[in-house]
Design a protein around this ligand. Structure first.
Ligand code: SAH
Length: 218
């Protein structure tokens, strides 16, 4: 067994100890090679239970947080899921193992192109990508059964909540950049939203400047 395989088993045991009990989620994490989503220089740390830097000043989330937010979505294989903040593509890949289709939006084109290549290499054909401002969601594909935001919003993004199907769940880190942030879970019940405060976290900010349109590739 390679060092990375040993470290992966260690990570799965750590996640169980930290309270992640859903076997489908642990299994999904075991099946997604995180080393393919981190920069080459961090390869040997791919299974450390911590966030790591990726290009464009962004981060790939800590495996525990990936597992925790995934569990909070209560996914089934029938769900259509929207993710905001593709980043490395790791979270989208984990989601893709557990649901029907993942729509993921990223504002940094370089990150998105790299993520797209990883999805192709891993035969993850149920992930659909989009370059743009995810704060606006994905109107043409709404409603979504589940929404996961992987960048911290200053407050609950109401535009995104409006793209949830009835009975749908959204998880989103809410709080100031670099300050006290919490994962908030919203459940849509008709016109009402039930909110629950969950884990304290530290995410990069959800940036809502206009982004340049995707250039035409020659
Ligand atoms: N889910 C990612 C972690 C991403 S870090 C992973 O598994 O690797 C947060 C990401 O959100 C960054 O890549 C950042 O560029 C992106 N982001 C921030 N604001 C955004 C916005 N308004 N729309 C789309 N993506 C955004």
């Amino acid at each position: 067994m390679s060092d990375l395989d040993t470290q992966k088993i260690q990570l799965i045991m750590d996640l169980r100890r930290e309270g992640i009990s859903d076997l489908a989620i642990l299994n999904a994490i075991e099946r997604v090679p995180r080393e393919m989503f981190v920069p080459e220089t961090f390869r040997e740390h791919a299974y450390d239970n911590r966030a790591l830097p990726i290009a464009s000043g962004q981060t790939i989330s800590q495996p525990f947080v990936v597992a925790y937010m995934t569990a909070a979505l209560e996914l089934t294989d029938r769900h259509k899921v929207l993710e905001i903040g593709t980043g490395s593509g790791y979270q989208a890949a984990v989601l893709a193992k557990l649901c029907r289709r993942v729509y993921t939006v990223e504002r940094h084109l370089d990150l998105l192109i790299q993520a797209e290549q990883r999805f192709k290499q891993l035969d993850l054909h149920t992930i659909v990508i989009r370059h743009g401002d995810g704060a606006a969601g994905w109107v043409e594909q709404a409603p979504f059964d589940r929404i996961m935001v992987t960048a911290a919003a200053p407050e609950i993004p109401s535009g995104l909540a409006g793209q949830l199907a009835d009975g749908g769940i959204m998880v989103v880190p809410v709080g100031p950049d670099g300050g006290d942030q919490r994962i908030i879970r919203l459940r849509r019940l008709g016109d009402r939203f039930e909110t629950t405060k969950m884990l304290p976290v530290r995410f990069v900010p959800l940036v809502s400047d206009p982004v340049l349109p995707r250039p035409v590739l020659e």
